[in-house]
Design a binder for this molecule. Structure first.
Ligand code: SUG
Length: 440
């Protein structure tokens, strides 16, 4: 086995807060205005990373971005010293300030789409940072995300980076949250499943078909190994603003809700034709409603191939949010799934409550990158964790993070100063130089 999956989790940033910014994301709307706990959030995220490492899995991370994003506020006409910018924006446009304070880069499933080298026409790993055009607070992530990915995966011998797609919502792209790779083993040429949306009656779709098609073209994917399927508007209107809320693919398994696709039979037929090795494990709507799915984030679980099973086709663990354990119907379905004869043999529940309250479960928090040993050696190892490095990150969080941010705190320039001091210390820890916009 030369290839392995690396999960790059988003290190949750010091300004994690609940601003109700994401229309169509029910948790975001429900918790708007509540007080957050950024320290707890970041430590919960790191504990999830540790749990994956303890299972012998390879774990990396992406740094948070600099927030408040003063560069955006300046571009929108706020001027003066950093402090004056915060004060003016807080007075004139508090909602805009909240957008520039979101720590939403923590959900790295939305950082971009990745195609591993066995799948691409030129045998290199391709990355496209997502433009996240559907929401203003997320759209301002794309430039820095692009820079972060290029920083970690620098060597042009192995890695190709495409800019975020142009055209705003015309090519709205939300990255790996609407994409899965199916394969028997990671070394095989995988089949890419892209799921796009159409606006529902209640909520708009974020991922456009033409965006998924453009990413597939840029990544030089073989059309015979590529599937485009529409998400059902029923799922979208129930709150599945990203498809990873109703399904997850891993190796030869697709674990999903019966009502995920607009045309279930056609989607399954396309999957069976292009990826005949796939086992579809489906939750029937009669057992689990979409509402249960969205509340418990059952399918926003990480489906992880355990290393001892040697390859993507082997034994798998399901890493679920605590909320799935607390819903008796979901818990019963999980127990039954594990007891059946299929690759899912182990279940782990983790508390990522702070992230869940903004609509981000375990799968949202990670970007999967399949790398060969040579490619992994060429990546910046400072972003691939071992015990000492994760301990250093925990210490950094404990030293710099607040344990409470309420909406009114965003107008206090002290929060900006603390956040920048934390980011400055992180760039020193990671040897990144003057990397973020506030340092330039
Ligand atoms: O884009 N929430 C994020 C959650 C992203 C979840 N990611 C995946 N499903 N892969 C979003 O809706 C809420 C921010 C706020 O309301 O303060 C937010 O941006």
């Amino acid at each position: 086995m030369n290839y392995s999956e690396y999960n790059f989790d988003g290190l949750i940033g010091p300004t994690h807060n609940y601003a109700g910014l994401s229309f169509g994301n029910i948790a975001s709307a429900t918790n708007a205005g509540a007080a957050s706990n950024p320290k707890e959030a970041a430590l919960q995220g790191l504990a999830k990373m540790r749990a994956a490492m303890e299972m012998g899995l390879k774990q990396g991370f992406l740094p948070p971005q600099d927030r408040p994003h003063l560069k955006t506020l300046r571009a929108l006409g706020f001027s003066g010293t950093d402090k004056q910018i915060i004060e003016k924006a807080a007075k004139a446009e508090p909602q805009l300030l909240a957008n520039c304070y979101a720590a939403s880069t923590m959900w790295t499933a939305n950082a971009g789409t990745v195609a591993p080298s066995p799948d691409t026409g030129d045998g290199k790993v391709h990355f496209t940072a997502a433009n996240l055009a559907a929401n203003f607070h997320r759209s301002i992530e794309a430039d820095t995300t692009s820079r972060v990915l290029k920083h970690i995966f620098k060597d042009e011998k192995y890695f190709v980076h495409h800019p975020p797609l142009p055209g705003g919502m015309h090519f709205g792209d939300e990255g790996a949250a609407n994409h899965g790779r199916l394969c028997k083993n990671h070394d095989d040429k995988g089949v890419h499943l892209f799921v796009y949306g159409q606006d529902g009656e209640k909520f708009p779709a974020r991922q456009k078909l033409r965006a998924s098609e453009a990413v597939a073209r840029n990544h030089l994917l073989d059309p015979a190994h590529t599937i485009f399927a529409q998400q059902s508007t029923t799922a979208l209107d129930a709150g599945a603003f990203h498809n990873d809320v109703v399904g997850v693919a891993n190796g030869a398994v697709l674990f999903l809700h019966e009502q995920s696709f607009a045309d279930r039979n056609a989607a399954y037929a396309a999957i069976r034709e292009k990826a005949p090795f796939v086992e579809i494990i489906e939750a029937p709507a009669a057992a689990i409603s979409l509402e249960d799915c969205i509340k418990s984030y059952l399918f926003n679980s990480q489906l992880l191939t355990l290393p001892a099973s040697n390859g993507a086709g082997g034994e798998m663990a399901l890493l679920l949010p605590q909320e799935s354990k607390e819903n008796p119907r979901v818990k019963a379905f999980v127990d039954e799934t594990v007891s059946r004869n299929n690759p899912i043999n182990r279940v782990i529940y983790k508390n990522v409550r702070e992230s869940m309250r903004n609509g981000g479960g375990p799968a949202c928090l990670r970007l999967r990158v399949v790398l060969s040993e040579e490619e992994a050696a060429a990546a910046d190892r400072r972003f691939i964790l071992d015990d000492a490095k994760i301990t250093a990150l925990e210490n950094w969080v404990n030293a710099h993070y607040r344990d409470r941010i309420a909406p009114e705190d965003l107008s206090d320039p002290a929060l900006m100063e603390e956040s920048f001091a934390a980011m400055e210390a992180l760039t020193v820890l990671l040897g990144m130089g003057k990397f973020f916009d506030f340092q330039r």
